[in-house]
Design a binder for this molecule. Structure first.
Ligand code: ATR
Length: 274
């Protein structure tokens, strides 16, 4: 039986075992996918033991993505640039390979599942923590017209803009400095929704037909989705599809088979209702 797991702290709430069990059924794979709650000080040893004992692959979630990046002997371009790894596997030479599938998951959900556009759009990213950092390489690769990163603590947004500086126009701001500006695609990467809150955004920053995407998901509409609908967004999407898409890319990296995601997204939504 091939063994996989997600490592986090806490991790009990993770939907990854559910998602990977559906992928396994669908592709006829014999595998088990577990939960590993590991404190930061035990992370390195836990990863080493997992692979030494024949484990096939790990997903890495909060708060370990940066440590997983440090531990990786090889990193994909996206993982390298974001300095965060969410997928580990051990190659035949015993080298730990680190990928980051979060950004691919986000892009596939917006463009593939929902038929949206990132290329040429004016993007506004809300938040400047690990969630935003992790998806930056994939978003930049889509060649948006510009990326504005707004954060309560503007220094963190400025640091991200410096880190990812390149040909795409980028800017860091406070939320209140957004007044009078307009964006085509807003992506919420803050954890404000977990407290039922939305970042303090000015009115009128959504362009005509703007889309809003919340990287968070929950039982019903997230606070940011509700705000987006109220502001007249054409679409207000939660992060359910992104979660399944990033998992599918991890599954592909480990097993060379790309699962179908549509039915799994539907099934995940159903479990969230209960
Ligand atoms: P993660 O790794 O999940 O991104 P994080 O690094 O703790 O977690 O980042 C959380 C993000 O949500 C930050 O951008 C944080 O803003 P600050 O950097 O100013 O703290 C943002 N955030 C959390 N609660 C918020 C709130 N109530 N309003 C606005 N932003 C909030």
């Amino acid at each position: 039986m091939d063994r996989y797991a997600v490592v986090g702290h806490p991790v009990a709430h993770s939907k990854s075992p559910f998602i990977h069990a559906r992928f396994a059924e669908q592709t006829g794979a014999e595998l088990e996918y577990g939960l590993m709650d590991v404190a930061p000080e035990d992370f390195t040893q836990a990863v080493k033991s997992f692979f030494d004992e024949g484990g096939c692959g790990l997903n890495i979630t909060l708060p370990h993505k940066q440590r997983a990046w440090e531990l990786s002997d090889w990193r994909s371009d996206g993982a390298e640039r974001s300095e965060a790894v969410n997928t580990l596997f051990c190659d035949d030479d015993g080298r730990l390979r680190g990928h980051n599938t979060d950004g691919i998951g986000l892009v596939r959900d917006i463009t593939g599942n929902h038929g949206g556009r990132i290329k040429g759009q004016r993007l506004l990213l809300l938040g400047a923590g690990g969630a935003v950092r992790g998806v930056m390489p994939a978003l930049l690769a889509q060649k948006p017209a510009s990326i504005c990163i707004a954060n309560r603590t503007v220094e963190k947004a400025e640091s991200l803009v410096r880190h990812f500086a390149g040909p795409i126009a980028m800017q860091a701001t406070h939320y209140d400095e957004l007044a009078g500006r307009q964006f085509d695609l807003l992506i919420n990467g803050t954890s404000a929704g977990l407290d039922g809150k939305v970042p303090a955004l000015p009115e009128g920053i959504l362009a005509d037909s703007a889309w809003c995407y919340d990287m968070v998901y929950g039982r019903g509409q997230t606070p940011f989705q509700a705000w987006a609908m109220d502001q007249g967004a054409e679409q207000a999407i939660d992060g359910c599809g992104m979660l399944v898409e990033q998992a599918a890319q991890s599954f592909y990296i480990w097993r060379g088979v790309m699962p179908n995601t549509a039915g799994v997204i539907t099934a995940l939504r159903q479990t969230l209702q209960h």
